[in-house]
Design a protein around this ligand. Structure first.
Ligand code: HXC
Length: 257
């Protein structure tokens, strides 16, 4: 398939999505949302794909929701058009997604990164929720996911002042999984994605679902979910294969069954 605002490519078992609106620093308009959701859904439905990498350009992962597209809308317009609703489908992708972030990840760009499972950042990356400077607030989950990612006080600092934080601060705060030299970003993200994609899909889906529940529920509910899903994996051939391979001191040969 071809898309207007993104480049899509498969490398081995990894699906790559590259934001491609350089003229707008990859600002997220409605077309970008539809393109990313469609591409990610297609990878999600493909059993050969075990991980997805979402990246932007050297200068910007994404500089936010498209301000020019939103500017004239009323509150009712935003509600009726469900302006950001499609992003929920991206956040619900089963396949692990790595955000490879270079340059600006601001507003919706930071929120998009937070819908991913790993955030691998170039040392040049800058994160922020500058919506307050526009007279609004984060609208794609930022006020909620950022608090869960970095705690209330760091999140309040970013959301209320609108300032940016660099990659080192973001890593200290726990927003970023790993910081790498900018020149190595795509290689490092690719290696992490290859590692993830080499695992058994049912276990990847289960792990991602359990991690999601941790953000959304109580400890007791999460532990119940984990125990249930953990037990279910013992009915997969890949669990037998993984444990036999350990015993036989060889690499597992997973079949996603
Ligand atoms: C639309 C954008 C954009 C955006 C950049 N551009 N960000 N267009 N929406 N979010 C466009 C600029 O208008 C410009 O196009 C081109 O991209 C290059 O940007 P410059 O500003 O010239 O680059 P620079 O001086 O290097 O500054 C980079 C920047 C700045 C610091 C990232 O662009 C910036 O502050 N952008 C907005 C960041 C922001 O506020 N994001 C949050 C959006 S709200 P032209 O054609 O003019 O040259 C959001 C949440 C929505 O994301 C939820 C609330 C409803």
């Amino acid at each position: 398939s071809t898309y207007e605002t993104i480049l899509v490519e498969t490398r081995g078992r990894v699906g790559w999505i590259t934001l491609n609106r350089p003229e707008a620093l990859n600002a997220l308009n409605t077309q970008v949302m539809h393109d990313i959701v469609a591409a990610a859904s297609e990878f999600d439905a493909d059993e050969r794909i075990g991980a997805i990498v979402l990246t932007g350009s050297e200068r910007a992962f994404a500089a936010g929701a498209d301000i020019k597209e939103m500017e004239a809308k009323s509150g009712l317009d935003m509600v009726m058009s469900d302006h950001f609703g499609g992003w929920a489908r991206f956040a619900a992708v089963r396949t692990p997604v790595i955000a490879a972030v270079s340059g600006y990840a601001l507003g919706g760009g930071c929120e998009l990164a937070m819908m991913c499972d790993l955030i691998i950042a170039a040392d040049t990356a800058k994160f922020g929720q500058p919506e307050i400077n526009l007279g609004v607030i984060p609208g794609m989950g930022g006020s909620q996911r950022l608090v869960r990612a970095v705690g209330y006080y760091k999140a309040a600092d970013l959301v209320l002042t609108g300032r940016m934080m660099d990659a080192a601060e973001a890593e200290r705060a726990g927003l970023v999984s790993r910081v790498v030299p900018a020149a190595d970003l795509l290689e490092e993200a690719g290696k992490a994605a290859d590692t993830i994609a080499s695992k058994s899909l049912p276990s990847l889906y289960a792990a991602k679902a359990a991690l999601d529940v941790a953000l959304e529920s109580t400890l007791a509910e999460g532990i119940r979910f984990e125990r249930h899903v953990f037990a279910g994996l013992f009915d997969t051939a890949d669990q037998k294969e993984g444990m036999a391979a350990f015993r036989e001191k060889r690499a597992p040969d997973f079949t996603n069954r």
